[in-house]
Ligand binder design. Structure first.
Ligand code: PNS
Length: 159
């Protein structure tokens, strides 16, 4: 059986930490769907279309990776798409409680769905989209936090 997994998130914007998890998932599974949460109520800094474009550029070399927008429940979306597992990165113990709760909610909503956690690359343990946004808005250097191919685009939007 072919394995199709999803890396879901806000990706507002994509960071090197996200790309690391997506890349590692793409080596482990037949196909990886990167699910960009389309929820305007969360007031993202980048539109869904912008976040998708940035992710497409950042993962251009990965042939088994597809970038999509999703809304509603992740448990429903995965069922519709025949996705068997959610793959998420865990940066630190502080992520664990929130992620564990989400995993249990999703398991209740879709018992066929597994959640798999990859340990964050130690280089990116501290990295978050919100940190990137704050640093960029205050004129700081974000070049070691975001993929080079989308650095200028992200910086232009956040400055
Ligand atoms: O990058 P984020 O913001 O931590 O990603 C969160 C995301 C998109 C994975 C999560 O908010 C999500 O799955 N949203 C869809 C709604 C849903 O299914 N909620 C039930 C699980 S608690």
């Amino acid at each position: 059986m072919k394995t199709k997994v999803i890396c879901p998130g806000s990706f507002d914007p994509v960071t090197l930490g996200h790309v690391d998890i997506i890349t590692r998932a793409s080596k482990m599974f037949d196909s990886v769907v990167v699910g960009v949460l389309n929820n305007p109520a969360k007031n993202p800094s980048f539109t869904t279309e912008e976040r998708i474009e940035l992710l497409k550029k950042a993962t251009a070399g990965l042939e088994n990776v597809e970038i999509v927008a999703f809304d509603g429940l992740l448990a429903d979306y995965t069922r519709e798409r025949g996705i068997t597992a959610i793959v998420k990165g865990l940066r630190a113990v502080s992520d664990f409680e929130y992620e564990f709760q989400q995993a249990l909610f999703n398991k209740k909503l879709n018992p066929d769905l597994e959640t798999l956690f990859l340990t964050s690359n130690s280089d990116y343990m501290y990295l978050s989209s919100s940190g990137v946004k704050q640093i960029a808005s205050l004129g700081g250097d974000i070049s070691s936090f975001v993929p080079e191919c989308v650095h200028d685009e992200i910086l232009k939007r956040l400055k």
